[in-house]
Design a protein around this ligand. Structure first.
Ligand code: NDP
Length: 489
């Protein structure tokens, strides 16, 4: 069995570095270390952990150019895109650090009339050691949405980065070790899928997984054997709804960026547009005008780079060909847009809804634009997907009304993917896009469990948890509840 694997530069195919494949025994060892470290990390308390995490956020920003170099090398994305991703990740680290205490502080609840002698509280306890499994497309931003929030809540973390971006994963952990003065709070295990599988079975108290739906199902199945809870952040087929009262220029500009940036390798990228037929021609014209000037190439000079995973280009080609075969029209580009490692922008219009380009995640710089007679149809088609991650709606007056009818975890109105940059709101999906949430208060709560503590403050005349309970007491309880119509608090 291979003991190492190589990370490759997607632009040149050159070997960047060789990394160890962490064995199952080593993963279990890392978990033991993480539980020992948990005692120290959780004992630091909110204040001291906040200091470490704020220093970590600052360190990430200080080293942003160096980390971005590595992200560009391993993913092939432009340096500027890498910097944006890292800056937003640093923002999330700082937000989690600053807000965790107020979100996780012990909550006092009303004990109700019947239990008026009790004080009722809910404490939030960290889980212990948690596993984070990450993808390659946003190798800093995406896993940090779990890592920072888990650490802030008092857990220790074992992170398995994608085999395409192991260097970035190691860099993130080393930087944290420097700042924290301890390399065991946040460990990285490099390897392939088997290493991730071993992490699921290692005894971690939760697995925060980001990646494809197919792998999420394998992770969930492995974790089910030990009732280990899972956060599944999976793929999407995000719709964009453009109403007849939309600012069409702004909608076109943002949608083209959302679909094409990072070579379309964004889980919340615009993949399909439903535009009101009254404004469709103008919208399509604007999209084509903008996309014509966007080019794939060397990330130093182009708008976006090569596909990070070379095999993805076969899927992109399949989706384009299938859409055209079924009657769709290539308004910009087509099968010939796939040129070696690169895929130039492809805009497909009037694509039948049973095409792969509509039903499956393409994960490439392609966009489908379909005309709809009204917004009800746009909503119905948006929801007729097995995915439900994000969506965006462009309308001057109907944005909120449309948004509230979409079956997905996040909606951006008159903007694109804006929810990812707002640290105070949860990020995640429904249906095949997964379950559980990262970011925001919900993202912190995910890495804790509630401990209910109910304390007797004085003795009540009505003894209900006693063999001395009388029939009179039973009658009284029912009578009180009847009078108060079930309300006791
Ligand atoms: P994969 O599902 O291929 O891999 C994700 C991670 O899981 C990698 O670290 C991978 O390791 C690991 N893995 C593979 N097999 C197993 C296994 N059997 N048990 C445990 N872990 C395993 O996804 P990609 O890396 O290709 O990422 C792209 C996908 O991620 C897209 O579908 C995209 O939409 C989604 N995504 C979702 C986001 C969200 O927040 N909802 C954000 C970003 C991406 P290895 O790389 O070594 O195979």
């Amino acid at each position: 069995m291979a003991k190492t694997f190589q990370s490759l530069n997607p632009l040149t195919g050159d070997v960047i570095a060789t990394y160890p494949i962490t064995t199952t025994a080593q993963v279990y060892e890392a978990t033991t270390i993480a539980y020992d470290a948990f005692e120290r990390w959780s004992a630091l308390g909110f204040r001291n952990r906040r200091k470490v995490l704020l220093a970590y956020s600052e360190a990430i920003l200080k080293e942003i150019d160096r980390i971005a170099d590595l992200v560009t090398l391993e993913t092939g994305k432009p340096h500027s895109d890498a910097k944006l991703e890292i800056a937003l990740a640093a923002h999330h680290v700082a937000w989690a650090a600053r807000n965790v205490e107020s979100i996780l502080r012990t909550a006092h609840r009303s004990p109700g009339l019947l239990m008026a002698n009790m004080s009722a509280t809910v404490e939030r306890s960290p889980l212990g050691a948690v596993g984070v499994i990450g993808p390659w497309n946003y190798p800093v931003f995406t896993p940090m949405g779990s890592i920072a929030y888990a650490l802030a809540a008092g857990n220790t973390v074992i992170f398995k980065p994608s085999e395409y971006t192991p260097g970035v994963g190691i860099e993130l952990a080393e930087l944290f070790a420097e700042v924290a003065g301890d390399g065991e709070f946040f460990q990285v295990i490099t390897g392939l899928g088997e290493t991730g599988a071993a992490l699921c079975e290692s005894g971690v108290k939760k697995v925060a997984f980001t990646g494809s739906t197919a792998t999420a199902k394998k992770v969930a199945a492995l974790c089910a054997a030990t009732l280990t809870p899972v956060i599944a952040e999976c793929g999407g087929k995000d719709p964009v709804i453009v109403a007849d009262d939309a600012n069409l220029s702004a909608a076109a500009e943002a949608t083209v960026w959302s679909a094409l940036s990072n070579a379309g390798q964004t889980c919340i990228a615009a993949e399909r547009v439903y535009v009101d037929e009254k404004v469709a021609d103008v919208f399509i014209e604007k999209v084509i005008e903008i996309a014509t000037n966007i080019h794939a190439g060397n990330p130093q000079s182009a708008h976006y780079g090569p596909a990070t995973m070379p095999t993805q280009n076969m899927i992109i080609q399949l989706h384009i060909k299938d859409a055209l075969k079924k009657g769709g029209v290539a308004a910009l580009g087509g099968p010939k847009s796939i040129q070696g490692n690169f895929v130039q922008p492809v805009i497909l219009v009037d694509v039948p809804e049973n095409s792969l380009a509509i039903t499956d995640e393409t994960f490439g710089p392609t966009l489908v634009i379909n005309r709809v007679p009204d917004m009800d149809t746009a909503i119905a088609l948006s929801n007729a997907s097995r995915y439900g991650l994000g969506a965006s709606v462009w309308s001057r007056r109907q944005g909120k009304k449309i948004a509230s009818q979409l079956q997905c975890g996040m909606v951006a109105i008159n903007s694109t993917i804006s929810f990812a940059s707002v640290a105070s709101v949860p990020f995640g999906g429904v249906k095949d896009s997964g379950y559980g949430r990262i970011h925001g208060p919900e993202g912190l709560l995910e890495f804790t469990y509630p401990r209910t503590v109910v304390r007797a403050r004085f003795k009540m005349p009505l003894a209900i948890t006693s063999f001395n309970r009388t029939e009179k007491t039973d009658r009284l309880i029912v009578k009180i509840l009847t009078i108060l119509r079930g309300r006791l608090s």
